[in-house]
Design a protein. Structure first.
Length: 263
């Protein structure tokens, strides 16, 4: 499996992806908003985009569909309940479905509601696994839920799906927010050494060359995975004095998400 991450450079800080089979040159485009860059990269690499997956229905992820389909004839794939929100869907997928690309690439669909209620992440069962997480999980952060989403559903996706994936899983999110998200982590957990070290490393970096983290690393510096941390809970009480002495993980997640909305 070959992964090409494409930095759009737009105001929304989108990443687009091409996933290619090295034997056949067939490729899957993920959320190819910047269709010109995606089509150009495929041409440079000698790949044929035969499929297109939208992780969810927001226009900054679907806006390039028509141009890519017109240029390549690619089949559009999306969550099986998203057909009314995404035009021209050829295949609706649900949890456990597999997307095959060429002869060698197989991607498992994870149904990960939260950012929206029709959100798909893709998991590659390769030697070093990979997760294409759309707007569910970001480097050092979590998707918002105020545009058709649900915070409790997002917590469930984190706790019962993403947190259980192998620690060496490489993370490929839909946006580049790492610097801002690390600063939020440190506002919640000022003594987080992993976040301090990574922030110093990436501060002022070129987003096109942004670091690719693993889930093991995310659990060290992403506050949305650190729900039982004593410092995180103590700092939350400054904003939520009504928190019980031992708040459950879902309550902590919801409070963090509420703070991040305004931060």
């Amino acid at each position: 499996m070959i992964v090409e991450r494409i930095w759009t450079g737009n105001a929304y800080r989108n990443f687009n992806y091409l996933i290619a089979c090295p034997e056949t040159g067939e490729a899957l485009a993920i959320d190819p908003l910047d269709h010109e860059k995606c089509l150009s990269m495929a041409k440079v690499r000698g790949w044929q985009i035969t499929q297109l997956l939208n992780t969810h229905e927001h226009s900054d992820h679907t806006g390039g569909n028509a141009a890519v389909v017109a240029a390549t004839g690619a089949k559009v794939i999306a969550h099986y309940k998203a057909g009314s929100r995404i035009s021209g869907v050829d295949r609706g997928v649900k949890a456990g479905d597999v997307i095959k690309v060429g002869k060698t690439v197989e991607l498992e669909c994870l149904d990960t509601p939260g950012h929206t209620l029709c959100h798909i992440c893709l998991f590659a069962h390769t030697d070093q696994p990979a997760l294409f997480s759309g707007d569910t999980l970001f480097n050092a952060g979590a998707g918002n839920t105020h545009n058709g989403g649900d915070t409790d559903a997002l917590y469930d996706s984190f706790a019962h799906q993403l947190a259980r994936l192998p620690g060496n899983t490489r993370l490929y999110p839909g946006h580049e927010y790492i610097e801002s998200n690390l600063k939020f982590t440190l506002s919640r957990e000022p003594d987080n050494a992993a976040a301090q070290t990574l922030l110093a490393h990436i501060a002022g970096h070129d987003p096109a060359l942004s670091v690719v983290t693993t889930l093991h690393e995310e659990k060290q510096h992403n506050t949305f995975f650190r729900l039982d941390n004593a410092t995180v809970i103590a700092k939350l009480r400054e904003s939520f004095p009504e928190l019980p002495e031992e708040p459950d993980a879902q309550m902590v997640f919801g409070a963090l998400r509420a703070l991040r909305n305004k931060w």
